[in-house]
Design a protein around this ligand. Structure first.
Ligand code: HEM
Length: 378
C-alpha cells in the first residue's frame, strides 16, 4: 500500500540540502558589492526565491525544491551526435549561469535528461534506452513531437530567467536543434498540491521524503545511472470548456475526488488515499469505476508510485497540462497510461500533443561532470 509522507523528514532533508553548494552566497555578495543601501539589502527574500543546490547525488528540479517553483520551461531538442560525453559542458554551463551576477537566478533549477537514442548508444539494456510504446491515446501525435535526444526542464519563481537559462544550456550542446518548447505555470499550492486545468487538486498521491523517493524514483542498481531517474513528458491538451459544462458531481465521478477540497469520494480529507473497495449501501463503488483516481491507482495497475510534477499551460484558447512523471521503471508509466486509455472517462477530455521518455542524468558537480558516470565501464 502507498505509505504516507513524512513532512518532518522532508523539512529536515531540505535544511541539510540548503547547506550544500548554492548560489545564495553569490547573490548576497553581489548585492553588497554594488553598494545597495542596507535598508534595501535587508528586505525579505527576493521574488526569485531561495537558491536550490544544483549539485549533489541527484539533479535539482526533479524532487527539489519539494514544492515546485511556480513557472517552468520545458524544451525537447535533438543533438547532432547522440554521444553522452557532449553533455558534460551543460552541467558546467548551468553552474556558470547560476553564478552569473547579472541575473537574479533565485530558485532556478534545470533538470537535464537524455533520450533513448543517446542511452541505447551506450547500452541498450540501461534504463532510459527503451522508447515509449505507441498508446491508443497517441492518435493526434505528430511524429516530430514524439521522442527527442534531450529534455530540459527549467523551473523558477521568476519566469524571466527561464529562456536565457535554457538557451545558454542548449548553446553548450554542439549542433543541437530544438523540437519544441512549452512554458508552464502552477497556481499557489502547498506540498506540491495545486489545482490543475480542470480545477481539481493534483499532486496528492506522490512519493515524498528520502525513503519513498529511494523506493520509487531514484535508479540505484547500475552505478552508471544511480541517482538518475526515468522521466516521461506528455504535453496534454485539456478540453476545459467541455469538462466545465459537466455538472460538478459528474466531474467528480470522473476524478474520484471532490472538487472543492480534493477529498476522496470514498471519505477522508485532501491528503487521504482513495479507497478502491468502499461501497455505497446499494453496492456502488465510492471511487467510481472509470474515475481517474481508480484507473491510475497503483494497486490496480500493479505498478509503483510515480513522482508527478506537472505544470499547466495556456496558449491562446488552448489550455493543458505539461505532464511530467519520474519513476525507476518506465513500466510504471506505461501500464498506468494503458489503463487510462482503456477505462478512464476523464481522458475523453485529454489529448496528447507531444510525448517522450528520457533518462534524467544522475547528479553532478565540478569533479563529476553531467553524464560522466554513464561512460564508466559497466
Ligand atoms: C490532463 C491530464 C491529467 C489530469 C488533469 C490529472 C489529474 C489528476 C488528479 C486530479 C488526481 C487526483 C489527485 C492526486 O492524487 O494527485 C490524479 C491522480 C493521479 N494521476 Fe493524474 N491526471 C492527468 C494525467 C495523468 C496521466 C497521463 C497519468 C499517468 C499515466 C496520471 C497518473 C496519476 C496517478 C498515478 C495518480 C494517483 C492515483 C492514486 O494513487 O490515487 N495522471 N491525477
Amino acid at each position: 500500500m502507498v505509505s504516507r509522507p513524512s513532512r518532518r523528514r522532508l523539512l529536515t532533508g531540505l535544511a541539510i540540502g540548503a547547506g550544500g553548494m548554492t548560489a545564495g552566497g553569490l547573490i548576497g555578495g553581489s548585492v553588497a558589492g554594488r553598494g545597495v543601501e542596507p535598508a534595501v539589502a535587508a528586505q525579505p527574500a527576493p521574488a526569485g526565491g531561495s537558491p536550490v543546490p544544483a549539485t549533489g547525488d541527484h539533479q535539482a528540479g526533479i524532487a527539489t525544491p519539494a514544492d515546485p517553483q511556480p513557472y517552468s520551461l520545458t524544451v525537447v531538442a535533438d543533438v547532432a551526435s547522440p554521444d553522452v560525453s557532449t553533455f558534460a559542458p551543460v552541467g558546467d554551463r548551468l553552474l556558470e549561469f547560476l553564478a552569473d551576477a547579472s541575473y537574479d537566478t533565485g530558485d532556478l533549477t534545470v533538470a537535464v535528461g537524455v533520450g533513448p537514442r543517446v542511452v541505447a548508444g551506450i547500452d541498450g539494456e540501461l534504463p532510459g534506452a527503451e522508447p515509449l510504446p505507441e498508446f491508443v491515446s497517441d492518435a493526434e501525435l505528430a511524429t516530430d513531437r514524439v521522442g527527442g535526444d534531450v529534455l530540459m526542464i527549467a523551473s523558477a519563481s521568476d519566469p524571466a530567467v527561464l529562456p536565457p537559462a535554457v538557451d545558454a544550456l542548449l548553446d553548450a550542446l554542439p549542433g543541437s536543434t530544438q523540437r519544441w518548447r512549452q512554458f508552464g505555470f502552477r497556481g499557489p499550492g502547498r506540498d506540491g498540491i495545486v489545482r490543475n486545468p480542470f480545477g481539481f487538486h493534483d499532486g496528492i498521491i506522490v512519493p515524498r521524503g528520502a525513503d519513498e523517493l529511494a523506493e520509487h524514483v531514484w535508479l540505484r542498481d547500475d552505478p552508471r545511472v544511480a541517482g538518475g531517474t526515468v522521466a516521461v513528458v506528455r504535453r496534454l491538451r485539456t478540453d476545459v470548456a467541455a469538462f466545465n459544462r459537466l455538472a460538478v458531481d459528474e466531474q467528480e465521478a470522473m476524478v474520484g475526488r471532490h472538487k472543492a477540497d480534493g477529498a476522496p469520494m470514498s471519505g477522508g480529507s485532501l491528503r487521504d488515499e482513495v479507497s478502491l473497495t468502499a461501497k455505497t449501501a446499494d453496492g456502488q463503488y465510492l471511487t467510481p469505476l472509470g474515475s481517474h483516481s481508480r484507473s491510475a491507482h497503483p494497486a490496480l495497475t500493479g505498478s509503483a508510485l510515480m513522482l508527478r510534477r506537472g505544470y499547466a499551460y495556456a496558449e491562446g484558447d488552448e489550455v493543458g497540462l505539461m505532464f511530467v512523471c519520474f519513476q525507476r521503471d518506465l513500466r510504471t508509466f506505461v501500464v498506468t497510461q494503458q489503463r487510462l486509455d482503456e477505462q478512464d472517462r476523464m481522458m475523453e477530455y485529454v489529448t496528447a500533443t507531444a510525448s517522450g521518455t528520457f533518462l534524467m542524468l544522475p547528479g553532478f558537480d565540478r569533479d563529476r561532470p553531467l553524464g560522466s558516470t554513464l561512460l564508466t565501464p559497466a
